[in-house]
Design a protein around this ligand. Structure first.
Ligand SMILES: Cc1cc2nc3c(=O)[nH]c(=O)nc-3n(C[C@H](O)[C@H](O)[C@H](O)COP(=O)(O)O)c2cc1C
Ligand code: SF4
Ligand code: SF4
Length: 252
């Protein structure tokens, strides 16, 4: 069995979960590159098998994740590209990820869009990926394994448009409740944008913050959350509009 290298940016953990699920079907556990904190140059060899997972942020892969992924190069290295989204829209994110991996000399053999719990609007896609998703992901991984053995590249067309949709900064406030905070500083350590000052985890620089939700997900005291009028107003309509279950899509 080959070693499988996992590469992901996963602020609230579901993209990592999907990547690990695919990896577990394909080969022995290799290295993991968590792009929330890994930000360095690296060249992978043609013997590596990589699984690259990105969440969808407003129809794109997150800008910071893209900047960090740009530093990872292949040498005709097999790659499985996965975008993980919150049951709303993938838009151009999977196309962008596949394009970037190809530009960086990875041999993309397969791609997927999977659905997970929405990391901002927590009433959408609750409990996903669920057992039905996992079953489909396992089937996909087995087909990927066959393609790795035969050396075939991705043949299917990936939906999306070029140029990709413009980046969009969401207007929601990320705030911290001082009465709940235990000053563990986990949020400071995990923030990929350095938007939470080292000496004051109650503060958030909203000009730097990408609204990625990593700090909210990691906070052991549930002290951090999306707040504000824009968020409260948007939440019910967004949850209603995206309540119908979408299914993962696989491209071989
Ligand atoms: C800033 C931001 C923008 C998002 N934009 C989209 C989107 O355009 N479409 C969608 O379906 N989900 C969107 N989501 C939801 C995430 O893609 C989804 O929850 C994903 O599972 C998060 O992955 P993670 O658990 O690895 O962080 C967005 C989430 C965030 C934080
Ligand atoms: S402060 Fe903003 S950018 Fe930093 S982890 Fe929290 S949501 Fe993400
Ligand atoms: S992770 Fe939560 S409890 Fe820890 S410092 Fe940040 S806000 Fe406070």
């Amino acid at each position: 069995m080959s070693n499988v290298t996992k590469i992901y940016f996963s602020p609230s953990g579901t993209t990592k979960q999907v990547v690990e699920q695919i990896a577990g079907n394909i080969g022995q556990d290799g290295e993991a590159y968590d792009l929330l904190n890994f930000n360095a140059n690296k060249i992978f060899s043609s013997d590596d098998i990589t699984i690259v997972g990105m969440p969808v942020f407003a129809g794109r892969i997150p800008k910071t994740a893209r900047n960090r992924l740009e530093k990872l190069k292949g040498d005709n290295t097999p790659a499985i590209a996965v975008v993980n989204y919150g049951n709303a829209h993938v838009t151009d994110a999977l196309l962008e990820l596949v394009d970037l991996l190809k530009e960086n000399n990875f041999n993309v053999i397969a791609a997927a869009s999977t659905i997970s719990h929405h990391s901002i609007f927590d009433g959408v896609a609750v409990g996903r990926p669920d057992s039905a998703d996992i079953e489909k992901i396992n089937e996909f991984a087995k087909k990927c394994q066959e393609k790795i053995e035969t050396g075939e590249s991705l043949a299917s067309e990936i939906p999306g448009n070029r140029p990709y949709v413009d980046y969009k900064q969401l207007p929601f406030v990320v705030s911290s409740d001082e009465t709940l905070c235990s000053f563990c500083y986990d949020c400071v350590s995990i923030c990929p944008e350095k938007a939470i000052p080292d000496d004051d985890p109650i503060d958030t620089d909203l000009d730097l913050c990408s609204r990625c939700a990593a700090c909210i997900s990691i906070c052991p005291e549930d002290a951090r959350s999306f707040t504000g009028e824009a968020f409260e107003t948007k939440k019910p309509a967004f949850e209603e509009a995206n309540s119908e279950r979408k299914e993962p899509e696989f491209y071989l």
